[in-house]
Design a protein around this ligand. Structure first.
Ligand SMILES: [Zn+2]
Length: 80
């Protein structure tokens, strides 16, 4: 695993707590912001904050919530 500048206990603890609550503690191991994700060459990051639709899930390289992304894909598929 790549070494990453530690985000700080406050931020880390909050993300671990949120990730555990939504039953995916692995998310807490994702970068906490997009710039760190890009520096590591990853595809996802996890802020621990809800998106505008209330999903607490990782964000992709565009900063989009992955749940919203899946919903949009499903909507597009259903439109055909
Ligand atoms: Zn969302």
């Amino acid at each position: 695993m790549t070494h990453r500048i530690f985000e700080g206990w406050h931020s880390h603890g909050r993300r671990v707590a949120v990730a555990t609550k939504v039953s995916n503690a692995d998310w807490a191991r994702l970068p906490h912001c997009r710039s760190v994700m890009l520096a590591e060459g990853g595809k996802l990051f996890f802020t621990g904050k809800a998106c505008k639709r209330g999903h607490v899930s990782p964000r992709n390289e565009h900063g989009d919530c992955t749940q919203c992304h899946l919903m949009r894909l499903a909507e597009r598929r259903d439109a055909f």
